[in-house]
Design a protein around this ligand. Structure first.
Ligand SMILES: [Zn+2]
Ligand SMILES: [Zn+2]
Length: 604
């Protein structure tokens, strides 16, 4: 994987003698996989020169553009990116899904007649817009995970894995806990812990480092990191190389040099091995499979995304939130067309959690002890009480230093002062997670007994066997399906005893369709996953292997427990005739015969 910087400057393009070495163009990074997959991350003014280079190199015909967020400095080069004007070229544009407007509308707005002489529809290339949520997808041979960053616009960070190496792009991000921005990482909010996990073990992290800890107090809430925080979080996450990025426009080359020296001294003082560079326009970083890497980076999304179990009417409930905060939060919700925001008394709140599953709960510091109330809500019966995001609105000084909010189940803290823009982007991120069109399968009522039956089979993590493989192969051929699987559902994962046409030996239970199939006595047939609220945003639907059609038959152990499923999968919508469904069930019965305990044969 090759990483080349075309724009490294934050906020506004800053050409001139003082910025020659690190560059004056706004964010744009080119990533090329060994097999030639071309990706841009962000399309600031740096995209102009990159576009010309791709034209000259004959690489303009197709590629992918990942947009972190639609702030000006990250999209302004898009109308100047020449490959988009090449007839017949094909480009994919990815960016965070908004609540009201589409990504296409947001990007088109900057080409409105009043601001720009060329209309958005003048792009001659075929453009495909993909709205991403927190999760993951694949682009050719590059696996991509996304995670929301902390910024006054809904912003995603991208983690790319290809060729045995991984890199993270985390620009325009402010630590959730302000003490971390001041150089004290030990304080802990769950959002900062998630950020650290997102960077974990990456070969390269390109990180926002616009300010220093000394400058930070005047810049709180602007949505950017300090070099101290970037260094600390990279060291804590065991990152190999850190590229300081999104340089402040007031920073001369010499000033950036000083920041890099300071960052390196910080690493030396911590006796860490992190390598720190300043992202410089034109510089290239080559990422190779690490010699000590045992396997390629795992497919991350399952660990990051938490699909909800049920979808709600988008109720935002507040309790004990002081009037001023309530006004900002209500305005933020209204601005995104979320109509239903209500302040309720504690008893009503608890009732709502048990009956109406609100999407989001704010607890304010007008309550005697919001953390304790959060713990009480978490202890209520039912799954919604565990899964509804609960945000505490308070002053920074009220956030516990060592994160004991974890046991209380606090999802996040919203600390004062915060702007309307900040509240809006944070609310979008919290809601977007619960608005995912992707549902966890419920746990079967007999889950523990069912798991015991799975373990009794003694098949988990065993080698492939022809007696199972042949059924997958036959089904794939008979149904002309690219993928056929024999799945066992373990506690957290679905594991494949046979996987025809699919490289992975397991996926998380949350991502699996078969975990839904075992809830039914009959077949589960999903004709088009994109049309199904349980599956539309599932990473295996929006990314490889792009599941659209699924037909699965639950597999029973000898005692009747549903231990797994047998399924066929296709990447295009389909349906099955009654005769086909009968045949699929017949094959499933043959597989069940193989699951039965077998009398020891004479030879072995
Ligand atoms: Zn920016
Ligand atoms: Zn920004």
């Amino acid at each position: 994987m090759l990483v080349r910087f075309w724009g490294t400057r934050g906020s506004i393009a800053t050409p001139g003698g003082a910025t020659l070495r690190y560059g004056g163009n706004t964010p744009c990074v080119e990533v090329t996989s060994d097999s030639g997959t071309t990706l841009l991350i962000d399309a600031g003014t740096g995209a102009n020169a990159l576009g010309k280079a791709l034209m000259e190199q004959g690489r303009a015909a197709h590629g992918h553009i990942l947009i972190s967020h639609t702030h000006w400095d990250h999209i302004q080069g898009l109308p100047f990116f020449a490959p988009l004007f090449v007839p017949g070229a094909e480009w994919h544009i990815y960016g965070p899904r908004g609540i009201g407007q589409t990504l296409q509308d947001l990007l088109a707005a900057q080409m409105d007649y009043a601001y720009f002489p060329v209309a958005h529809n003048a792009f001659a290339a075929r453009l495909h817009y993909h709205e991403v949520v927190e999760g993951g997808f694949s682009v050719e041979d590059v696996r991509i995970a996304t995670q929301y960053l902390n910024h006054p616009a809904l912003t995603v960070g991208y983690r790319l894995a290809a060729d045995g190496a991984s890199m993270v792009y985390a620009s325009d991000h402010e630590p959730h806990d302000r003490r971390a921005g001041e150089g004290h990482l030990d304080g802990g909010e769950s959002g900062d812990a998630a950020h650290l996990e997102f960077l974990r073990d990456a070969d390269l992290v390109i990180h926002d480092a616009q300010y220093t800890a000394a400058e930070y107090p005047a810049k709180i809430g602007w949505g950017h990191s300090t070099i101290e925080y970037a260094v600390d979080v990279a060291m804590a996450a065991n990152v190999r190389k850190l590229a300081l990025y999104h340089h402040d426009p007031t920073r001369s080359d010499e000033a950036v040099d000083q920041l890099i020296s300071a960052a390196r001294e910080r690493v030396a003082r911590a006796a860490d091995h992190l390598s720190v560079v300043g992202a410089a326009e034109g510089s290239v970083i080559e990422l190779r499979r690490a010699a000590d890497a045992t396997k390629t980076a795992p497919f991350l999304p399952s660990s990051l995304v938490k699909p909800a179990r049920s979808i709600s009417e988008e109720l935002v409930l507040m309790a004990g939130v002081p009037a001023n905060d309530r006004a900002i939060l209500t305005a933020a919700a209204k601005a995104d067309g979320i109509p239903s925001v209500a302040e309720v008394v504690i008893e009503k709140l608890k009732e709502a959690v048990q009956g109406g599953h609100p999407s989001l709960i704010f607890l304010g510091d007008a309550l005697p002890d919001p953390v304790a109330l959060c713990a009480e809500i978490r202890a209520l019966p039912g799954e919604d009480s565990k899964e509804t995001p609960i945000i505490i609105v308070a002053d920074q000084s009220q956030v516990p230093v060592d994160d004991n909010s974890e046991p209380a189940g606090v999802t996040d803290w919203l600390t004062r002062p915060y702007s309307l823009q900040y509240a809006r982007s944070r609310m979008r991120a919290w809601l977007m997670r619960s608005m995912l069109r992707w549902r966890k399968a419920a746990l079967p009522p007999d889950e523990e007994a069912r798991l015991a039956a799975v373990y009794r089979l003694g098949l988990l993590d065993t080698d492939a066997e022809e007696r199972f493989d042949r059924h997958a192969r036959i089904a794939a051929a008979a149904f002309d399906a690219p993928i056929a699987l024999v799945t066992l559902i373990d506690r957290e994962r679905q594991w494949y005893k046979a996987h025809y046409g699919f490289d992975f030996s397991e996926t998380s239970r949350d991502m699996g369709f078969c975990s839904h199939a075992i809830l039914q006595s009959e077949a589960l047939v999903v004709n088009d996953a994109m049309q199904d609220d349980r599956f539309a945003d599932n990473p295996v639907v929006i990314g490889a292997p792009h599941v659209r059609f699924y037909a699965g038959i639950p597999l029973h152990a000898a005692d009747g427990a549903r231990v797994g499923a047998f399924c066929i999968v296709d990447s295009k919508p389909r349906s099955l005739s009654a005769a086909q469904l009968r045949m699929l069930k017949d094959i499933a019965r043959l597989i069940e015969d193989e699951l039965k305990p077998r009398a020891a044969s004479k030879a072995d």
